[in-house]
Design a binder for this molecule. Structure first.
Ligand code: GLC
Length: 525
C-alpha cells in the first residue's frame, strides 16, 4: 500500500467530542478525555479517528460554528493536548482527521465582525450580503436547514446576510477568491501540524449560484422528509443554494493540498443516488464521500439496504460507509443491533472506508432526551423534536455508574440518556458474546483477509433473503430474510456476527465471512 492511499485499508471511528469522554469534570467531553481512551480504540481495532470540530467556537452548533480556525477551544483543551493526542494516536498506528467547516464560520469570527462593520470593509465580501426585496423581505426565498429564512437582516448596514444553517453561522462567499486562499492556508496549517486529513463538512454546500435566484418549490408528491433539517427545507428543489458546478474546482484544489501531505479528504454530501455521488469523486475530487443510503433509507425487511449497498459499491470503489453519525438517529434504533452489525460486516469487506459512530460498537439505541432539555439547534430553533439530533449525542456509556464514567460531574451537557449497565463498555468487554466483542473480532479478522476491500467484489446469486459477495477466495454473506438460509459450497468460517465456530445455515440477521476450501485435485489415473 502506498502512503497516499492508507485510508483504503482503514476502519474509521467518529468521535463526537462533546460526548465522548470528559477529563476535567465540567460535563463536556474534551481532547484529554479522548487521549485516555486511545487504548480502547486501539483494542477495538480502529485505524482512523474522525474528531468532530475542536476549534474555538461559541458552540451554538456545538463546534460547527468556528470563531478561530487556528486554535483549540478551551472547553476541548489546548493545542498541546491536540498535539499529544495526534502523536500518541500515531504511535499506536492510528490516523486522526477532523472537520473542515467552511460553508460558514461563526458570527463571532473576526472576519464576520469586520464584514458586518461597514459596506466597504475589506472583509465585506467574505460573506454574502444583499439588500432585501422590500422592507422586511429577504433577498430570495431560500430557507435555512434549521428553520426560518436563510437570511438575517442587519440594521447597521441595512442589508441581509445569508446563512444556510443558523443566523450564528453566516455563509462564506465562495465566489470570493480570498475566501478560498484563507481556507487553503488553514488546511495547510493543520496538515503541517500532523492532522491526517479532514471530514469536509457540508461538502456540497459552499458555492451558491452567482445570481442567488429563488429555489423552485417541489410538488407535494416529491417531498421526502428524511430528518437532519426542518420540514420546510425538504419542500424546495435546492437548485441554486447547494450542489453548484463551482464546487468541483474547490474540491480539486483541496485534493492537491491533501495529496501533497498524504492526507485524506472525505466529504459529507447527502446524495442518495450512487451514480451522482460517484460523479462527484471524478478523478480529482475529494478522495471519498460518505454514502448516506444506509442512514436515510427507509428500513425494509426485504433487503433494501443490501440493494443500496450493492448499487453504491458498484458505482464507486472509494465511498465511505456509515450507518449513524452525530446528525442522525442511531443505527440500532433503525435496524436493531444485530442487523446493523450484519450491515457493518458487509461494508467491512467492500472497497471504500467504513466508519463506526461512537457507540455503534455497543449496539446503542438513541438516548432519551426530554424535550425541555434539548440542546440541538434543530430542536431548539426549528422545533424539530421528532428528528432532533440530541438522541444520538448523549454521553458515551463507559462504566455502569450513574454518570456512565463519562464525567466526574453529576450532570453532563446532555442527559445521560437512560443507559443500562449492559450498554456500557465495561460490561460488554467482559462478555465474549457482546456486540462490542463481535465488532472487535470483525475489525481484527478483516486485517487477516487481504482479498477483502482490495479486490472488486463479485455479487453472488443466492437464496432469497441472503446477500453475498466474493472477493478472491473470501465471501461475505448476510441473511436479511426471516428464515435460516445457507450458501452452497465448502467453507471455512472466519467470522460470524453470532460467534459460532462451524459454518452452517445463517440465522436471520446473521452475517459471516467465509473462505472457500480448496478441494484436493483428483488423483491422476
Ligand atoms: C454538518 C454537521 C452538522 C452541522 C452542520 C452545520 O451537517 O455534521 O452537525 O450542524 O454541518 O455545520
Amino acid at each position: 500500500m502506498t502512503r497516499q492511499d492508507w485510508w483504503a485499508d482503514a476502519v474509521g471511528y467518529e468521535v463526537y467530542l462533546p460526548s465522548f469522554c470528559d477529563s476535567d469534570g465540567d460535563g463536556w467531553g474534551d481532547l484529554p478525555g479522548v487521549l485516555s481512551k486511545l487504548d480502547y480504540l486501539h483494542w477495538l481495532g480502529v485505524d482512523l479517528l474522525w474528531l468532530t470540530p475542536f476549534y474555538r467556537s461559541p458552540m451554538h452548533d456545538h463546534g460547527y460554528d468556528i470563531s478561530d480556525y487556528r486554535d483549540v477551544d478551551p472547553r476541548f483543551g489546548t493545542l498541546a493536548d491536540l498535539d499529544r493526542l495526534i502523536d500518541e494516536a500515531h504511535e499506536l498506528g492510528m490516523r486522526v482527521i477532523s472537520d473542515l467547516v467552511v460553508n460558514h464560520s461563526s458570527n463571532e469570527h473576526p472576519w464576520f465582525l469586520m464584514s458586518r462593520s461597514s459596506k466597504d470593509n475589506p472583509y465585506r465580501d467574505h460573506y454574502l450580503w444583499r439588500p432585501g426585496r422590500g422592507p422586511g423581505q429577504p433577498p430570495n426565498n431560500w430557507v435555512a436547514t434549521f428553520g426560518g429564512p436563510a437570511w438575517t437582516y442587519d440594521e447597521h448596514t441595512d442589508e441581509w446576510y445569508a446563512h444556510l444553517f443558523t443566523p450564528e453561522q453566516p455563509d462564506l462567499d465562495w465566489g470570493n477568491p480570498k475566501v478560498a486562499d484563507e481556507v487553503e492556508s488553514i488546511m495547510r496549517f493543520w496538515l503541517d501540524r500532523g492532522l491526517d486529513g479532514f471530514r469536509v463538512d457540508t461538502a456540497h454546500y459552499l458555492a451558491k449560484h452567482p445570481d442567488l435566484p429563488d429555489n423552485p418549490r417541489l410538488p407535494a408528491d416529491r417531498v421526502r422528509l428524511i430528518g437532519g433539517a426542518v420540514a420546510d427545507w425538504y419542500h424546495y428543489d435546492h437548485q441554486h443554494d447547494i450542489g453548484q458546478p463551482a464546487l468541483h474546482d474547490i474540491h480539486r484544489r483541496w485534493r492537491m493540498i491533501a495529496d501533497d501531505h498524504g492526507a485524506f479528504l472525505v466529504g459529507e454530501t447527502h446524495m442518495l443516488d450512487p451514480g451522482a455521488l460517484a460523479g462527484y469523486l471524478g478523478r480529482d475530487g475529494l478522495h471519498s464521500y460518505f454514502y448516506f443510503g444506509l442512514i436515510q433509507a427507509e428500513v425494509d425487511a426485504g433487503g433494501t439496504e443490501a440493494d443500496l449497498l450493492r448499487a453504491a459499491a458498484t458505482a464507486s470503489p472509494a465511498l465511505s460507509w456509515a450507518q449513524s453519525s452525530h446528525d442522525w438517529s442511531r443505527a440500532a434504533t433503525r435496524y436493531g443491533a444485530a442487523r446493523s452489525l450484519a450491515l457493518t460486516t458487509l461494508t467491512i469487506g467492500l472497497p471504500g472506508t467504513p466508519f463506526l459512530y461512537q457507540g455503534d460498537e455497543l449496539g446503542l439505541v438513541n438516548g432519551v432526551v426530554p424535550a425541555d432539555q434539548a440542546q440541538d439547534p434543530l430542536a431548539k430553533r426549528g422545533g424539530n423534536h421528532e428528528h432532533n439530533r440530541d438522541a444520538s449525542r448523549t454521553p458515551m456509556p463507559w462504566r455502569a455508574e450513574e454518570n456512565l464514567g463519562f464525567t466526574s460531574a453529576d450532570k453532563a451537557w446532555l442527559p445521560f440518556g437512560d443507559r443500562t449497565p449492559a450498554d456500557t463498555v465495561e460490561v460488554q468487554q467482559q462478555d465474549p458474546h457482546s456486540i462490542l466483542n463481535a465488532h472487535r473480532r470483525l475489525l481484527h479478522v478483516r486485517r487477516e483477509l487481504p482479498d477483502l476491500r482490495r479486490t472488486e467484489p463479485t455479487w453472488l446469486d443466492t437464496a432469497p433473503g441472503l446477500v453475498a459477495y466474493q472477493c478472491g477466495n473470501t465471501v461475505v454473506a448476510a441473511n436479511f430474510g426471516t428464515a435460516p438460509a445457507e450458501l452452497d459450497g465448502d467453507w471455512l468460517l472466519r467470522y460470524s456476527t453470532v460467534d459460532r465456530t462451524e459454518p452452517g445455515p445463517l440465522a436471520p440477521d446473521e452475517a459471516v465471512i467465509l473462505e472457500r476450501v480448496a478441494r484436493p485435485s483428483p488423483p491422476a489415473s
